[in-house]
Design a protein around this ligand. Structure first.
Ligand SMILES: Cc1cc2nc3c(=O)[nH]c(=O)nc-3n(C[C@H](O)[C@H](O)[C@H](O)COP(=O)(O)O)c2cc1C
Length: 177
């Protein structure tokens, strides 16, 4: 084991292993409401049954009020072929532009939610908001997955991960349990 020294807890958290990256979409797509899409690495499963996922959104984001006000949102899992779009949606603000249009991402209404889903992604998870937790500089919006669609032969190796400024894909399988 390597030698250790005390480090600042704030940047030690950055050594947390790679986060999955998703595109979260929110808004009322059919009733003329504003819609937006944002790149999110703070995403986690909070319950398997019922299936509950959470996303951490900073109140400084333009999207924050949309997530706060809308009853639902979608979590869309992009493949690595969408890395440029993922970066764009994580650097540009929907305050001034339509990121769906700029990136050529489809924003059709979900089947069971008013918010859009992004069909270009390999998995679409439609979430109905069930909880909101202020955790510090990010607020967690928890949503029960009420409808889900995924590619028939979803290729896990296409999933995008993010760690310390670098996008990656999963590495080798080293053991099965
Ligand atoms: C790889 C990556 C991951 C990100 N993860 C998050 C996140 O988990 N939560 C968050 O609030 N912002 C996150 N961001 C930043 C937002 O996506 C970014 O500030 C975006 O431009 C906000 O869009 P908006 O102004 O349209 O809301 C991430 C950005 C990148 C590039």
């Amino acid at each position: 084991m390597g030698q250790k020294s005390e480090v600042n807890p704030i940047w030690a958290c950055r050594a947390f292993p790679a986060y999955p990256v998703v595109l979260a979409a929110v808004g009322d797509v059919e009733n003329g409401g504003k819609c937006n899409v944002i790149t999110i690495a703070l995403v986690h499963m909070f319950s398997f049954n019922p299936p509950v996922l959470g996303i951490g959104v900073s109140p400084s984001r333009y999207s924050y009020n949309l997530f706060d006000q809308c009853p639902d949102f979608s979590i869309n899992v992009p493949g690595k072929e969408l890395v440029e779009e993922v970066l764009y949606c994580g650097q540009k603000s929907g305050k001034d532009i339509d990121k769906f249009e700029e990136c050529g991402l489809s924003n059709i209404k979900g089947r069971k939610i008013a918010s859009p889903i992004i069909q270009d992604c390999m998995v679409n998870l439609e979430c109905r908001k069930v909880n909101k937790i202020d955790a510090g500089d990010h607020t967690w919006f928890l949503g029960e997955v009420v409808h889900a669609e995924m590619e028939n032969c979803v290729d896990r190796e296409r999933a995008l991960m993010y760690w310390a400024g670098e996008f990656r894909v999963l590495g080798d399988i080293i053991r099965r349990r």
